[in-house]
Ligand binder design. Structure first.
Ligand code: PRP
Ligand code: ADE
Length: 175
């Protein structure tokens, strides 16, 4: 039901940002407040019983639902940003994307060692982004207890890549 509603809203953009990529554009979801609420509710329902101390959201599309999710869970939000955007002391990691490379950073005081952290992003493709995020969080003393995504591109095998970190993997719409 929610999966079908998400898939109906998402539009495919061919050859963006590079030839050969079919880009899953989630912006139509953002125009539909009812669907946004259903997405948040679906995440909360699937996260029931999992103790979470903080939600880490990956710039930029991971911020859209990640902050709301953290607010609804009543826990802090950790912004995971592209290089050079966070103003305080950071720790960073370089990683590969489906269409290039990128560097992410987290403030060194964004969470406490031992915190149980949920990583949230809009979409799981190769898993490179959330793997890099997981490694960064683990190197900083955090425990990655799960992942949540609106969309999964299962043909890119991201789940196989991240499941050794945690098999609590929520994907609302799988392709
Ligand atoms: O699983 P992966 O292969 O790592 O790909 C998924 C990542 O790619 C997209 O972000 P992008 O870097 O395009 O940045 P944006 O969110 O700012 O658009 C998406 O929002 C995920 O963060
Ligand atoms: N195909 C895709 N569509 C949208 N975001 C992405 N991030 C990585 N691959 C993507």
């Amino acid at each position: 039901m929610i999966e079908q509603q998400i898939k109906t809203a998402i539009r495919d953009i061919h050859d963006f940002p590079k030839p050969g990529i079919i880009f899953k554009d989630i912006t139509p979801i953002l125009k539909d407040p009812e669907l946004c609420t259903k997405i948040n509710d679906a995440f909360l329902e699937k996260l029931q019983g999992l103790h979470i101390d903080a939600v880490a959201g990956v710039e930029s599309r991971g911020f859209l639902f990640g902050l709301t999710l953290a607010n609804k869970l009543g826990v802090p939000f950790i912004p995971v940003r592209k290089a050079g955007k966070l103003p305080h002391t950071v720790k960073q990691k370089v990683y590969d994307l489906e269409y290039g490379t990128a560097t992410i950073e987290v403030h060194t005081d964004a969470f406490n060692p031992g915190d149980r952290i949920l990583i949230h992003d809009d979409l799981l493709a190769t898993g490179g982004t959330v793997m890099a995020t997981s490694q960064l969080i683990q190197e900083m003393g955090g425990e990655v207890v799960g992942f949540s995504f609106i969309v999964g591109l299962s043909f890119l095998n991201g789940i196989e890549r991240i499941s050794p970190i945690s098999d609590n993997i929520i994907i609302l719409a799988d392709y």
